[in-house]
Design a protein around this ligand. Structure first.
Ligand SMILES: *[C@@H]1O[C@H](CO)[C@@H](O)[C@H](O)[C@H]1NC(C)=O
Ligand SMILES: *[C@@H]1O[C@H](CO)[C@@H](O)[C@H](O)[C@H]1NC(C)=O
Length: 278
C-alpha cells in the first residue's frame, strides 16, 4: 500500500477520520522505508469470518493494522540490526529485529495511545496463535488467502491442505509479521472494506498453488505462482532455508553476529502454515 498523504475530510466525522488517518500515515511513514507494508482494517471485518473462540475482544469499529514484511526488509533493517549488535543470543534474530522496529515505531508515533501488539510467532497458553495472520491479511485487502474452499472440485480427500496468502505484487515473497490494535481509535465510514486482489483467479492455478505450498513448501516455488515484482535476495533465501537452530552459526559465518551462544531456541511449528517465515 502506498503512503497516502491525501486526507479526506468530512465535517461530520472530522475527529474520527483525522485520527484513523493520522495513525495510518504515521505507521506508513515510519515502517514503509524499513521494508514493511501496513494495512488498516476494522476488528469487525476479522471477527465476522471467525468462530467465537477465535474472535478478538474489541468492539467491531476498533482500528487494527496488519504489518507485512517485503523482500527489502532483510537488507534495510535486518542487516543493520545485526551489525549494530542489538541482537542478543536467545530468541530468533528476525523476530527480535521485527519486534524492535515495531515497538520503536509505536512508542515514537503513539506515546500516549494504547496499542496492543501481537506478533505472528506469539502463542496463547492454549497453543493457538494470538491472531490468525492470513485471515487478517485477507480481510484488510492486503493479500488474498487461498484456501481449499476456493477450489470447486475436491482433489485431496482426507489430506489436510493448508491455505496460503498471495500478495498481488510480491506473490509469496513476503511475510505477515504483526497485528496492531488501537482500542482507543474508532473507525467510521472513512474506511471501507475492499477485497484483496484475486491474483490467482483460475481453478488450475489455485490447485497448483495449494499443491506447491503443501507438498513442496521448502522449495519456495509457490512464491512464484506468477512472476513477482521482487524476490528475496540470494542471501535472504539462504537464511530462511537454513533450519532455525543453525541460523546463528550462519550469521556468524557471514560476520553479522558475534555474540557467543548456541543459537536459537527451536521454534514451534506454526499451525497456520506459511506466510510467516518460521
Ligand atoms: C491491551 O493492552 C492493555 C495494556 O497493555 C492490556 O491491559 C489489555 O489487556 C490488552 N487487551 C487485550 C485484548 O489483549
Ligand atoms: C552450548 O551448549 C552446551 C551444552 O548444551 C554447553 O555446554 C556450552 O557451554 C554452550 N556453549 C555456549 C557458547 O553457550
Amino acid at each position: 500500500m502506498q503512503c497516502s498523504k491525501h486526507v479526506q475530510v468530512s465535517w461530520l466525522v472530522l475527529v474520527v477520520t483525522w485520527r484513523m488517518e493520522i495513525v495510518q500515515s504515521a505507521l506508513c511513514d515510519t515502517l514503509t522505508p524499513l521494508g514493511f507494508e501496513v494495512y488498516p482494517f476494522k476488528i469487525g471485518w476479522y471477527n465476522a469470518v471467525l468462530s467465537s473462540s477465535l474472535r478478538l475482544p474489541y468492539s467491531e469499529d476498533t482500528l487494527a493494522v496488519v504489518v507485512l514484511s517485503t523482500p527489502s526488509m532483510f537488507e534495510r533493517v535486518f542487516r543493520p540490526f545485526l551489525k549494530s549488535g542489538s541482537c542478543v543470543g536467545v530468541n530468533d534474530p528476525i523476530d527480535q529485529c521485527i519486534r524492535h522496529c515495531i515497538t520503536s515505531c509505536v512508542s515514537q508515533c503513539f506515546p500516549d495511545q494504547e496499542v496492543n501488539i501481537s506478533y505472528d510467532y506469539e502463542m496463547l497458553p492454549s497453543r493457538k496463535p494470538k491472531f490468525l495472520a492470513q485471515t487478517a491479511a485477507h480481510v484488510a485487502g492486503a493479500a488474498y488467502y487461498y484456501q481449499r474452499k476456493d477450489i470447486t472440485v475436491d482433489y485431496w480427500g482426507e489430506k489436510k491442505m493448508f491455505g496460503v496468502c498471495i500478495h498481488p505484487k510480491l506473490g509469496g515473497w513476503f511475510a505477515i509479521r504483526a497485528l496492531l490494535v488501537f482500542p482507543g481509535v474508532v473507525v467510521g465510514e472513512e474506511l471501507q472494506q475492499r477485497p484483496p486482489p484475486d491474483c490467482v483467479p483460475s481453478q488450475e492455478s489455485r490447485v497448483e498453488l495449494l499443491e506447491r505450498f503443501n507438498l513442496c513448501w521448502q522449495d519456495g516455488t509457490y512464491r512464484d505462482i506468477f512472476p513477482p515484482a521482487e524476490r528475496y535476495s540470494q542471501e535472504q533465501q539462504t537464511y530462511f532455508s537454513t533450519p532455525p537452530g543453525q541460523r546463528m552459526a550462519l550469521l556468524r559465518q557471514w560476520g553479522l553476529f558475534s555474540v557467543a551462544g548456541n543459537g536459537t531456541k527451536a521454534k514451534e511449528p506454526r499451525s497456520e502454515g506459511g506466510n510467516t517465515e518460521s
